[in-house]
Write a protein that binds this ligand. Structure first.
Ligand code: BTN
Length: 265
């Protein structure tokens, strides 16, 4: 396994805040866990945690997130956003855009997003984003948020029949080898720009929507309240998915998993 070259990253880091400091560990339960501990110990906004391997990596909706040692970019960023809790979804939107842009910068392949924040290349998932936030004691503000980003770089799904058809890795999709150090540096820069814009209240949901899979199509959404079928007609400025039901009503969806529905010919 080729370990992360931290000296190369430190010497080329151009950001003002993001990735400063950068904490590296060969193996963690989850980069989210260490970032959360740093948050409660008062570490500053921008602190980043990077690991080669996670023994209990996690995704959205209680799912686990797996990657072999050294095969993925596994990153968590500690933020102290001056956003009202009702705007926390802006972090998801900004992170999805920054991750998509950084992959495109490095690999020159188009990246799409599956609402709310899965990264897709040519119909297969290449990465995901998990935002975990904690409210201030009075519940009126965000104390901190941790944005976790996982991107498959050299993960080989060839011998994993269950994942082969649905997951991919940058080394398969790019026409040249991808260095995790370059991807990390690009991601931190893209993220800093997107995060500043989010804090400044600049809406980017239209740009986000332009990358979303299946807009205008018939979808099944499995929500915590149950499944529903309809046409994905757009997203709200706050990041909710808008589904038009067969009776014409538009449902506003905040959580769930989206699947395409094949129409009978
Ligand atoms: C998803 O696809 O549901 C989100 C996956 C997020 C995975 C990343 S890897 C770095 C960070 N640490 C974790 O345990 N999860 C996120």
């Amino acid at each position: 396994m080729k370990r992360f070259d931290l000296i190369a990253v430190a010497s080329r880091l151009q950001t003002k805040v993001m990735g400063r400091p950068l904490v590296y560990a060969p193996r963690l339960t989850s980069t989210q866990d260490l970032a959360a501990r740093l948050a409660t110990r008062g570490w500053p906004e921008g602190a980043a945690v990077l690991a080669e391997e996670q023994t209990a990596g996690r995704g959205r909706q209680g799912r686990s997130w797996w990657a072999p040692p050294g095969g993925a970019l596994l990153l968590s960023l500690l933020l102290r956003p001056t956003l009202p809790p009702s705007q926390a979804r802006q972090l998801t939107i900004a992170a999805g855009l920054a991750a998509a842009e950084s992959i495109e910068d490095v690999c020159a392949v188009p990246v799409e997003l599956k609402w709310p924040n899965d990264l897709y290349i040519r119909g297969r998932k290449v990465g995901g984003i998990l935002v975990e936030s904690r409210l201030s004691p009075d519940g009126r503000a965000l104390d901190h948020a941790i944005v976790g980003i996982g991107i498959n770089v050299t993960v080989d799904f060839a011998n994993q029949p269950a994942l082969q058809a649905i997951a991919t890795s940058l080394h398969v999709e790019a026409s040249h080898p991808v260095e995790r150090e370059v991807l990390l540096l690009t991601l931190l820069e893209r993220w800093e720009t997107r995060y500043e814009a989010a804090l400044a209240g600049k809406p980017c949901h239209v740009e986000w929507a332009s990358r979303l899979l299946w807009l205008g199509k018939q979808v099944l959404v499995v929500t915590p309240e149950g499944p529903l079928v309809g046409t994905a007609v757009g997203v709200s400025e706050e990041g909710a998915l808008l589904i038009r039901r067969p009776n014409g009503e538009v449902e506003v969806i905040w959580a769930g998993e989206v699947f395409p529905v094949e129409r009978e010919k």
